[in-house]
Design a protein around this ligand. Structure first.
Ligand code: ASN
Ligand code: ZN
Ligand code: CA
Length: 332
């Protein structure tokens, strides 16, 4: 148990000044979140094994908001884990990744110039590299929400990480990471339907992925076809990311929080959005109650139809939009 939870101040790299729940220890503080299962954040010191060092601080003010400071990546990682935990609770009434109140842990400063982040079931932990220059950690809020949500998928539908189920696994992480970003309502990291827009992974300011029109990344599928399962899972995810955008916002052009989107359908049909809050309820219920490890795109359509029927009824506009959005991405 964590008797004393302190509120520290974090200067994050991607989300501005944030509050962190920390734990007093001796004369200082540990980056251990007693409000959320005791989630710990570790510094791997460029190593690739074990946990490295628990991140600690003297005055409970953490990081300087730049990649030059070692604590800053830990601030973003801890903030991302906390926001994701809180989103699972507020949106789904879920206590942590596995629903049992148990915290994962986070590791930052993995490897040298490592340009990725990942979830690992075997440690029940997520890990972040520092980016190509060792100063652009892969710890932005949507990335943290993405990685942590691989844990949620593993503990629920457990979608196999290849073929169409792998695309659905990846998309689930993008969908939840995006939902976390919107829900956090952070003034310097506002919600969008872009993935990794803060980490400049392409070096030209473009995001890693686009949910309104996934092919804008140069590799992702906008629509289902019979070979989509042959793509890398980070590209076959496009079909479900596009479905989620269409279900939330509808087809066509739209500007949200200052970002312009244009979401075409496969056949030129019109989709009426039901809003993000309802769309994520449909996806979560489908994931946790109806999808299994081998669910493919046709199965995902059925799963979301069942979920929308449970939530909103067989005659609902919401179910009609679920069908229209799948039609829009050519999942018939
Ligand atoms: N960041 C990637 C992901 O979460 C890592 C990977 O490809 N395993 O999908
Ligand atoms: Zn992923
Ligand atoms: Ca984003």
């Amino acid at each position: 148990s964590y008797e004393a939870v302190e509120t520290g101040i974090g200067n994050s790299q991607y989300s501005g000044e944030v509050q962190l729940s920390t734990t007093p220890s001796g004369s200082g503080f540990e980056l251990v979140d007693g409000d959320r299962g005791g989630h710990k954040t570790y510094d791997l010191n460029q190593g690739e094994n074990g946990t490295g060092d628990l991140v600690t601080d003297d005055d409970d003010t953490w990081g300087d908001g730049t990649g030059n400071d070692r604590q800053t990546a830990a601030v973003d990682a801890a903030y991302g884990a906390a926001q994701t935990w809180d989103f699972y609770k507020s949106a789904f009434g879920r206590d942590g990744i596995a629903g049992d109140g148990k915290a994962a842990y986070s590791r930052v400063h993995y490897g040298d110039s490592y340009v990725n982040a990942f979830w690992d079931d075997s440690c029940f932990c997520m890990t972040y590299g520092d980016g190509a220059d060792n100063k652009s950690a892969l710890t932005a809020l949507d990335v943290a929400g993405h990685e942590m949500s691989h844990g949620l998928t593993s503990s629920t539908a457990n979608l196999d990480y290849y073929g169409e189920s792998g695309g659905l696994n990846e998309a689930t992480s993008d969908i939840l990471g995006t939902s976390v970003e919107f829900a956090a309502n952070n003034s310097t990291d506002v919600g969008d339907y872009l993935i990794g827009e803060k980490i400049d992974i392409n070096g030209d300011g473009t995001p890693l992925r686009y949910m309104d029109q996934p092919s804008k990344d140069g590799g992702s599928a906008d629509y289902w076809d019979s070979s989509v399962g042959d793509l890398d899972v980070h590209y076959s995810s496009g079909v479900a990311n596009h479905f989620f955008y269409l279900l939330s916002e509808g087809s066509g052009a739209k500007t949200i929080n200052g970002v312009d989107y244009d979401s075409p359908t496969a056949d030129g049909s019109t989709v009426t959005g039901i809003g993000r809050d309802k769309a994520i309820q449909v996806w979560y219920k489908a994931l946790t109650e109806y999808m299994t490890s081998s669910t493919d795109y046709a199965g995902a359509r059925e799963a979301t139809e069942k979920a929308a029927t449970d939530l909103y009824g067989a005659d609902s506009d919401e179910l009609a939009s679920v069908d229209a959005a799948w039609n829009g991405v050519n999942v018939k």
